[in-house]
Design a protein around this ligand. Structure first.
Ligand SMILES: [Zn+2]
Length: 142
């Protein structure tokens, strides 16, 4: 285990430009990929369902992250991030734990563990600090 329990995890989000071809950042605030590259990960309030509350979601399974990739620019390929994330001491959950604004007392993160009785299909790690994750690679794939 590395210091801080650093892991590599995937993150899929929306893209509104052709960064996967050009390597050029766009200036659209709607392009989450370019916003993350420019400003890092940001925690937003959202009305979307968040299984483990308001945090930043990553997975070790690229197929899981692919579910969150949204291509808004008519591309014939997709992009997602591979990140360095600091997991620290993780609270493991097999059930939903909505409404969290921070990890449970004494923990640094939450890990969703798939379970035959639960609704989670693949693992997730949820971080509640914006400085605990760094986008390291942007992967373009077909
Ligand atoms: Zn962009």
């Amino acid at each position: 285990m590395t210091a801080g329990n650093e892991q590599r995890r995937f993150h899929g989000t929306s893209v509104s430009c052709r960064i996967g071809e050009t390597g050029q950042l766009c200036s659209s605030n709607a392009c989450a990929v370019c916003c993350i590259i420019k400003n890092g990960y940001k925690i937003f309030e959202t009305t979307n369902f968040q299984r483990y509350g308001r945090g930043l979601y990553f997975s070790s399974i690229s197929s899981k992250s692919d579910d969150y990739v949204k291509n808004n620019s008519g591309l014939n390929y997709r992009v997602m991030f591979l990140n360095r994330v600091i997991v620290g001491k993780a609270y493991k959950c097999t059930n939903d734990y909505t409404g969290l604004l921070h990890p449970p007392q004494g923990y640094d993160s939450v890990i969703g563990v798939p379970d035959s009785n639960g609704s989670l299909n693949y693992d997730e790690v949820v971080l509640y600090r914006e400085d605990s994750c760094i986008p390291k690679y942007l992967i373009a794939y077909g």
